[in-house]
Design a protein around this ligand. Structure first.
Ligand code: SF4
Ligand code: SF4
Length: 435
């Protein structure tokens, strides 16, 4: 099977939100979708958008994941039944979006005093002067305070010492769209059959004519990337700009990304392995299991089988040249977001290497020597433990390997650009030198 997939390089995201705005202007600039951001850019650590979307316990209602299957929570029979038929637990509108501003008046009119005046945030809804306590990218402003730490489920799992070292505060941006999963739970839970995954390119869409507004998809998507249009009474979601993809153009978010950090490409995968890979018991093995599902399009036997199964020749050529395939499978620098959700997401991320840690710069190194980076891996400004919580269900090894490869590549390219001698080992390892 073929799938359009995306890799985002988090080292390059500056949090400008251009992608979110151009996506909104194209797709959700309509009545009923005011609160909807098919593409959003979250501050990490932070609560994300919608607020607390990673808190699976909160959203799964009467169900929980056991050995890769959704099963009813334990409890008495009556309690279990009540939970099964309970209304889905949905994020409320305030979890998505509440526009706010600051009380700037206070900054300019506050009387002179020992303390610096502050500008408390307040709601813009209906001009109400109410103070607000949260909004998308709120975490930028909290900058590592206690509330900031309490709201992030990945940080919550980390050890106390790391969490409370405020002087080690860190942040980066995480752009998110629908993952167009290989094993999409939104499709599995839809009682109307309105959610579907296209055979030709794996894009997950909602058939607006069949949707009956049950909103099981909103509950069932662990990434909370299905939205309810309150005007039409139907579910809506990121379409991966399929009309543009069909015309050979990139998605709007990719084309307008200021950091040029989004790579689009075709992946070939073995559909028979997906179910098995999604049910692997050990969560930390899920990343490897997903890798096992991908096929090498340069293998003539794979290309032949793909063509026999009806995949167009152009797509197989695209898979061969796909930067996504290279970043995920060849270089192994891109990792899936929350593989423990078991939906097999198809938007992968290159973890952020910056900022360069003090322990390296103090010794005169700029963090680009992979050996030095590996020696200091436990004291990186963005803890590997945190990145592993996002991308590998807690297994630090693939994250460490990706960071060291990125450091090696960065120093290699710097040498090449300065006209210095190539490191042939690195060239060969990253496929720059076919010899
Ligand atoms: Fe469905 Fe959510 Fe996966 Fe998108 S991210 S395909 S909405 S389960
Ligand atoms: Fe990040 Fe690119 Fe979006 Fe700007 S446009 S926020 S750089 S992903």
């Amino acid at each position: 099977m073929a799938q359009v997939a995306m890799v985002m390089n988090l080292d390059k995201c500056i949090g400008c939100h251009t992608c979110s705005v151009t996506c909104k202007q194209t797709w959700t600039n309509r009545d009923g979708t005011e609160y909807v951001w098919f593409n959003n850019v979250e501050t990490r650590p932070g609560q994300g958008y919608p607020r607390g979307h990673e808190d699976q316990e909160k959203w799964q209602g009467g169900w929980h994941l056991k050995h890769g299957r959704l099963v009813p929570r334990s409890g008495g029979r009556a309690r279990r039944l009540a939970r099964l038929f309970a209304n889905p637990r949905l994020p409320s509108l305030s979890d998505y979006y509440e526009p706010w501003t600051y009380d700037y008046e206070n900054l300019t009119t506050a009387p002179l005093g020992d303390d610096v005046p502050t500008a408390p945030p307040r709601s813009l809804i209906d001009g109400r002067p109410t103070e607000v306590t949260w909004g998308p990218n709120w975490d930028d402003d909290l900058g590592g305070g206690p509330e900031h730490l309490a709201g992030d489920p990945v940080l919550r799992k980390m050890n106390e010492q790391v969490r409370h070292e405020y002087e080690q505060a860190f942040m980066f941006y995480l752009p998110r769209i629908c993952e167009h999963c290989l094993n999409p739970s939104c499709v599995a839970v839809c009682p109307s059959g309105a959610m579907y995954k296209r055979i030709e390119d794996g894009i997950v869409l909602v058939d607006q004519d069949r949707c009956r507004g049950w909103r099981m998809c909103v509950t069932g998507c662990p990434y909370k990337k299905v939205y309810f249009n309150h005007r039409t009474g139907k579910a809506e979601k990121c379409t991966l700009c399929y009309p543009r993809i069909e015309a050979g153009q990139p998605t709007v978010c990719s084309e307008t990304c200021v950091g040029r950090l989004r790579y689009l490409g075709v992946i070939l995968y073995d559909a028979d392995k997906v179910g098995e890979a999604a049910s692997v018991e050990d969560e930390q093995k899920l990343y490897e299991a997903q890798l096992e599902c991908f096929l090498d399009p340069r293998d003539p036997a794979v290309a032949r089988a793909a063509e026999e199964s009806g995949i167009p020749h152009d797509w197989i050529t695209a898979a061969r040249r796909s930067p996504v395939h290279a970043l995920i499978n060849t270089y192994k620098v891109a990792l899936p977001l929350h593989p423990e959700y078991r939906t097999m997401p198809m938007v992968w991320y290159i973890p952020p290497l910056s900022p360069v840690v003090e322990s390296l710069t103090a010794t005169g190194h700029d963090g680009e020597d992979p050996a030095k980076l590996f020696a200091a891996i436990d004291s990186l400004r963005i803890p590997v433990e945190y990145l592993a919580g996002l991308f590998t269900a807690g297994d630090p090894a693939p994250v460490e390997a990706a960071l060291c490869r990125l450091a090696a590549m960065r120093s290699h390219m710097r040498r090449v650009n300065l006209g210095e001698e190539r490191d042939e080992n690195i060239s060969r390892a990253v496929g720059m030198d076919p010899a």
